[in-house]
Design a protein around this ligand. Sequence first.
Ligand SMILES: CC(=O)N[C@H]1[C@@H](OP(=O)(O)OP(=O)(O)OC[C@H]2O[C@@H](n3ccc(=O)[nH]c3=O)[C@H](O)[C@@H]2O)O[C@H](CO)[C@@H](O)[C@@H]1O
Ligand SMILES: C=C(OP(=O)(O)O)C(=O)O
Length: 427
Amino acid sequence: MEKFIIEGSQPLSGEVTPAGNKNAALPLLSACMLTDEPIILKNVPDILDVNAMRSLLESLGVSIQNLDQHTWQIQAKEIRPADLDPDMCRRIRASILLAGPMTARMGELQLPPPGGDVIGRRRVDTHILALEKLGAQVHYDRSFIFKANGLKGADILLDEASVTATENAITAAVTAKGTTTLRNCASEPHIQELCHFLNGLGAKIENIGSNTLHITGVDRLHGGEFTIGPDYLEVVSFVGAAVVTRGQIRIRNAGVRYLDMIRLVMKRLGVHWIEEGEDILIPSDQKLEVEPDLGGAIPEISVMPWPAFPTDLMSIAIVIATQSKGSVLFHDWMYPSRMFFTDKLVGMGAHIVLCDPHRCIVQGPSRLYGEKMESPDIRAGMALLLAALSAEGKSIIRNVGQIDRGYEKVDQKLAALGAKIERLTQA
Ligand SMILES: CC(=O)N[C@H]1[C@@H](OP(=O)(O)OP(=O)(O)OC[C@H]2O[C@@H](n3ccc(=O)[nH]c3=O)[C@H](O)[C@@H]2O)O[C@H](CO)[C@@H](O)[C@@H]1O
Ligand SMILES: C=C(OP(=O)(O)O)C(=O)O
């Protein structure tokens, strides 16, 4: 295990480029199993979750070659429903994404339970609903068994707009017989990318980006090439790092098409950026003052499925709010354990009232002081790192493997922007 030692209060400056989107790379990698022809994926992020997915695919017989650090050639010529390592499955939420492609192509998969961030109970019922509607039999007894003798298109109303359940439904439906209508589906950028990727392999998915997808099943998919889009969660994390250190940075290839709602929410915290083509420039002259609602009411920032504000940016927004003048209510109804990390921010000097597991009120600005902390999950870990960069004095963040799950070489990128950060093996 490793830890970060951070000497805070260094304004960041310079340029940074985000890696490919983790939550796009994971379903795309799994979807490669839908064809026996080779696929080239570019801009694959070099992060722990993606490497865990690689090892799961390899154990199912998929061959993966690195053409360079971020370009993979993947071929699922002869795959088999082999036993999967339960520890590896438990490491990532996305192991559940093997279900759609394997059920469609092999008609069989035994899958240990998925893991991922420990941020509260994470349902898989919607995955089962979708796959059963397409004709699969699903048996669960601490582990899943998926079986199918050819899938058939269906009219499916998801009982919640779950991201990974939508992805499993799509990958199972693209080669099913007949047509599928998928209603109440999620439409996050990674789902849109998955659809465009599959259409590039010969799938027929219409209405991409909406919450109703029409899928016409095709007999087979062919090989192809696809470039994974930039990770907008990493982009906004770097926006946060610039703002809380009063720095000025340029983020190259920032995926500005994904930032509309995030921009509105950041404006409420007194944060702005300038778009220059595909780059964004975060200037040092931030207002950092909370914009009250009409009539002076305390504003609320709450999460919602896309195109609203993503839950994965809640922790980052909370840290930014500690540096903005005024009060904001944060509300994350999706996960019951996302807000507990705020006690660490309080320990650093932030003024935060945790109202219940889903809501907190932040009153800023507060001077933060360096602390010793543990990274509880990917986004809270990154948020604590931002707080440490902003704080006066030295901070130690342990268990940074949590951050490495989703952020590629974050310490090296921050150091290149002038942060004083060191990675050490945990004693
Ligand atoms: C690998 C991957 O892609 N992980 C992402 C994916 O996880 P994942 O696909 O697991 O998350 P889901 O979209 O299923 O849902 C997240 C939580 O919200 C609840 N829920 C969701 C939608 C809804 O309409 N009603 C509802 O109650 C779910 O029961 C669950 O507790 O999407 C989440 C929500 O954007 C992100 O935090 C994760 O980073
Ligand atoms: C919750 C997250 O990831 P996962 O679903 O992979 O655990 C995240 O990326 O913030």
